[in-house]
Design a protein. Structure first.
Length: 130
């Protein structure tokens, strides 16, 4: 089951962060069809947010055809976002962990690492790397 977290510095509203986290979990194969999302009550209590925020996120995911609410039972995944690239994730994740370790050894904090990654990602989007 997915465990949500909020980042006050992300620039995204709490409901957008919840939607993004479910989408990422679906894309990475961490959630499969039939998996149940935490209840609105569980999420609102865990994150100390308004239940309507969680409902808004779940409704958006439902509108996108990714989840379905079943009255009295919960909200369940109905589609995934995985593709054929899932097999490539393990070696890439290993490389990324090495890179993160190097960045930390270089003295970068989490915010600096994220800024460096996002800047590099945006500036190299679509480029082939040999």
């Amino acid at each position: 089951m997915i465990e949500f977290h909020l980042n006050g510095r992300s620039g995204l509203s709490p409901y957008q962060q919840l939607v993004q986290q479910v989408r990422h979990a679906l894309r990475l194969g961490l959630l499969d069809e039939g998996d149940r999302l935490p209840t609105v009550k569980e999420v609102s209590k865990q994150l100390a947010i308004n239940p309507n925020t969680v409902l808004k996120a779940y409704r958006e995911l439902e509108y996108d055809g990714l989840v379905a609410a079943r009255q009295g039972v919960g909200t369940f995944v109905t589609a995934t976002l995985t593709d054929g690239s899932l097999a490539a994730h393990a070696p890439l994740r290993k490389d990324l962990r090495r890179w993160l370790a190097k960045a930390r050894l270089a003295g970068l904090d989490e915010e600096s690492i994220e800024a460096l990654f996002m800047n590099t990602f945006r500036n190299n989007a679509g480029e082939d790397v040999a």
